[in-house]
Design a protein around this ligand. Sequence first.
Ligand SMILES: *[C@@H]1O[C@H](CO)[C@@H](O)[C@H](O)[C@H]1NC(C)=O
Ligand SMILES: *[C@@H]1O[C@H](CO)[C@@H](O)[C@H](O)[C@H]1NC(C)=O
Ligand SMILES: *[C@@H]1O[C@H](CO)[C@@H](O)[C@H](O)[C@H]1NC(C)=O
Length: 424
Amino acid sequence: MGGSSRFQIAVVVVTVVLVVLGMTVDGFSTELIPRHSPASPFYNPSRSHYEHLQDAIERSRKRLNHFENKIEAPLSPGDIEYLMRISIGTPPVEFVAIADTGSDLTWTQCLPCTQCYKQNFPIFDPRRSSSYNTISCKADVCFDLQTISSGCDRSNGTCEYLYGYADGSRTQGTLSIESITIGGAVIRNNIFGCSHISTGTFQKIGGSGIIGLGAGKLSLVSQLGESGRKFSYCLAPYSSKSTSKISFGSDAFVSGVSTPIQSDPAYDAFYFLTLESLSVGNKTIPLPSSNGVIRGGGGNIVIDSGTTLTLLPQETVLRLSSALEDAISLPKTVDPSRTFNLCYRVEGETEFPNVTADFKGARVVLRSINTFVEVADGVVCLAILPTQQEVSVFGNIAQTNFLVGYDLDARAVSFKPTDCTKAN
Ligand SMILES: *[C@@H]1O[C@H](CO)[C@@H](O)[C@H](O)[C@H]1NC(C)=O
Ligand SMILES: *[C@@H]1O[C@H](CO)[C@@H](O)[C@H](O)[C@H]1NC(C)=O
Ligand SMILES: *[C@@H]1O[C@H](CO)[C@@H](O)[C@H](O)[C@H]1NC(C)=O
């Protein structure tokens, strides 16, 4: 009987939470804007396609370095590739923020500023919004975020947070409740961070904050109660420069093959998956179950839209390269930037052998576009690099032309091959 009464209490609590949160939106979609695309406010037309790519690779290597000494959200916000348009408050105030599948807190800079960095959009003033509310530090949600610290502001009892990123960037402010508008849909009573002090690399990125799409309790996705805690995106090829689409709730498209999301309580925000093996033709390369001290809750790779390259253990990359070399008869060459180790000289369109990624329960066939990248005219290299870090990453080149669905209720990530330039 104890079980059933606990269940009843749970139902009551859930109902109360839903009523309090009052989110009645079913589903919504918006653009995911690559940093290098003409639609991005940070677009620099004077840089070539290859230079943009080189920048992205540099960013993904830096982002990875930060996985190493992480204690907090394991990324450098400046290294992320995708942006989203979002509005906040009533009346809504629009800005562009970074979309991040590797952290949970959605935040923007708020007036009054104690220490704000320069941003391209006006800073949000909560006093001008009729839907803004603070949260008491006595509320449980005050401690639902994996922060450096959160707690009471002594003068008025509001919940204050200090959220950190592994490159040393910090943002600090008042945990608040507000309406957020995405793709025309208004999501009421969203918990977000109203930051008054932000230090570190945010200055460099210019975005007005971060949209947390991680797996933790307070991420934007986790807060989509009734409509289904899920989202999906379809990333267009890097070279197409076109924007991609991201969909939430009932708009999210979760189908195709699916693999379980593993969780590690020490890394709340991460979507850990289990990659069992890679194969080229009939050569199979098994992956180690864990790559060091990060346990991954049984998973061995983080899927991340913000990292450009795929990063795997050194031994795996060596064996994969050798299997590919055996299967490819093109002339080898060196990468002018010396980033990549396996490069070929190509003329015109070339199909490279498929690499089959066997995730637990899900076979994903990676095609040339997912594994090779043109780094200079006629030079194509394997876009998978070794990492000595604690964690492997399934990056965004590998996810190109798949509809990738994240379902936090079913705790699964799904992949469906799709032409993402047409799907958008
Ligand atoms: C509570 O106090 C803090 C710091 O003194 C201030 O930033 C915040 O705006 C106050 N909140 C309210 C609701 O008055
Ligand atoms: C693996 O593939 C190679 C080349 O296609 C073939 O010669 C060989 O017989 C295959 N081995 C097996 C066990 O199927
Ligand atoms: C790679 O996989 C795709 C989709 O499964 C298939 O259509 C294509 O023929 C394969 N290419 C090669 C070279 O095997």
